[in-house]
Design a protein around this ligand. Structure first.
Ligand code: BG6
Length: 498
């Protein structure tokens, strides 16, 4: 993991899909913020590869506009933006055809001499997955993966396949040109500050780790809710749904970090080894358990922020009779010594009541004596890790109401790391891009994580395919279908929605 202020490694970042949404919204602002915070290497150039007709000047102007618009903060000056984009280049080719790759190689070599980047290259595939194979094949065929002259790394975005079979195929393509340690599979949740904080909270605090097991914990809830709908991504989302779009990756990452054993060290392999063991220990779901332990939903029209919003089936580029789920809630069990008997409830969805990602750890009740005898309905102790938009930790416990004889009230200790004005955490992409430059793949997904995640998720999609859902089944602006409350309510528990 790179240290604060550490000089990163000189390189050229080559972005396929450099005129696309992801590059403009996330990558260029992240590069700019790395520069402003002194973390971008001096010897750095960026080459956007695209099919559209741009020259360097036009591309730099567009990138500068995106930086102004999307950058999380603007501590730098307009001169800083001009300076950053002056090392941005545009290279026009139809990357689906082989012809231009030889010229691209030559162009990168020219930049290499200009920027003294010593042959180090990062190829970032910010394109739809159907282009991965052709790009990777042409890069390799043109001798651009040779590590004898500097490191060569490849970054890819999700979706990493749409099931285990397609993910394996995709992985084979990547592995034909790169080795596992050259491949950086992005899950942007891992770049979020509070996700990285989960391990610190667990493994750097005597007051949490000894309680982190089935002797003291009743259950754990992980929620990632959005108020947004599918926005302009209907074409992609209607083929994915909440299961593939959020659960297979982000939600399972949250689960792994919450449930993993302490790694023997903080090195990449040790951490990833422990994470993957959680997936291996997941109680597999079969058709029957999917019908009892998994709930799917799709939003109908409703009200969000006092504004009427359309139902999913009326959104742009969505089939009017679509059965794609925009919500999923499930109960999972982890069959190992630490977690046997402790259910994990996960839920995620679009057009819900609130935008928030959080982990709620609910502790067991004390024996029914003393206060628990007389005040049986005392609130349980809870630890709430808030991932976003509020970043913090809350501890809820019981205390004596001041002035009363022995009345008990729930009280709260609250730590918030981004509540102060001006406290803006770095965007996930800043951290992740910096890590790729430094060759640290800890916050990226290893192939076996992807494989086990798909195995788990495929069981759910197979079970679902046998039954047509009755959609829409929740109104936009609510917490999802009533079956989600029933899922957790059956066990005498309820979702924590505050
Ligand atoms: C993406 C999904 O990976 O994560 C989107 O494809 C989702 O559908 C997004 O909206 C949520 O990310 P964040 O950072 O806003 O929680």
């Amino acid at each position: 993991m790179p240290e604060e202020g550490e000089i990163t490694i000189r390189c050229i970042l080559v972005i396929f899909g450099g005129t696309g949404d992801l590059a403009h919204r996330k990558i260029y602002p992240a590069i700019y913020n790395l520069y402003v915070s002194g973390k971008l290497p001096e010897n750095f150039a960026l080459v956007a590869v695209g099919r559209r007709d741009f020259n360097n000047e036009g591309f730099r102007e567009a990138a500068a506009e995106s930086i102004k618009h999307y950058s999380r903060e603007n501590k730098g000056t307009p001169d800083d933006i001009v300076h950053v984009v002056s090392s941005f280049y545009y290279f026009q080719i139809d990357f689906t055809k082989g012809e231009g790759y030889g010229q691209l190689k030559e162009f990168l070599e020219t930049l290499d001499s200009r920027y003294q980047t010593m042959g180090n290259r990062i190829f970032y595939l910010a394109v739809a997955p159907e282009f991965f194979e052709t790009i990777v094949t042409h890069i390799a065929a043109n001798g651009m993966t040779d590590q004898a002259t500097g490191f060569k790394r490849v970054v890819i975005e999700k979706p990493f396949g749409r099931d285990l079979v397609t993910a394996r195929k995709l992985n084979d393509v990547l592995m034909s040109a790169f080795s596992e340690d050259q491949i950086y599979r992005i899950d942007h949740y891992l770049g979020k500050e509070m996700l990285q904080n989960i391990m610190v909270i667990r493994f750097a605090n005597t007051m949490f780790e000894p309680l982190w097991n089935n002797k003291y914990i009743d259950h754990i809830q992980i929620t990632s809710s959005e108020t947004a709908g599918v926005e302009n991504r209907g074409g992609y989302y209607d083929n994915a749904g909440a299961l593939r779009d959020m659960l297979q990756n982000h939600m399972l990452q949250l689960l792994m970090l919450t449930a993993m054993e302490p790694p023997v060290s903080l090195n990449t392999h040790s951490i990833r080894d422990e994470k993957v063991k959680v997936l291996k220990a997941l109680s597999p779901l079969d058709k029957e358990s999917v019908s009892t332990n998994v709930v799917r939903g799709q939003y109908g029209e409703g009200i969000i922020n006092n504004r009427k919003v359309p139902g999913y089936r009326s959104e742009n580029r969505i089939q009017p009779d679509s059965d794609t789920e925009t919500f999923i809630a499930l109960k999972v069990n982890i069959d190992n010594f630490r977690w046997a008997g402790v259910p994990f409830y996960l839920r995620t969805g679009k057009r819900l009541a609130e935008k928030c990602t959080k982990i709620v750890v609910q502790f067991l009740r004390l024996p029914a004596i003393l206060y628990y005898k007389d005040y049986g309905n005392l609130d349980p102790n809870r630890l709430i890790i808030e991932i976003q938009p509020r970043e913090g930790v809350k501890i809820k416990f019981n205390g004596k109401k001041p002035g009363s004889k022995d009345e008990i009230i729930p009280v709260e200790m609250d730590f918030c790391q981004n509540c102060e004005i001006g406290a803006v955490s770095p965007d996930a992409y800043e951290r992740l891009l910096l890590d790729v430059m430094c060759g640290d793949s800890t916050l990226f997904t290893r192939w076996d994580e992807v494989e086990y995640a798909w195995q788990f998720v495929d069981n759910i999609s197979e079970a679902w395919s046998a039954q047509k859902p009755a959609f829409p089944n929740y109104a936009a602006g609510t917490w999802g279908p009533p079956e989600s409350d029933e899922l957790i309510g059956r066990d005498g528990r309820n979702w924590v929605n505050y």
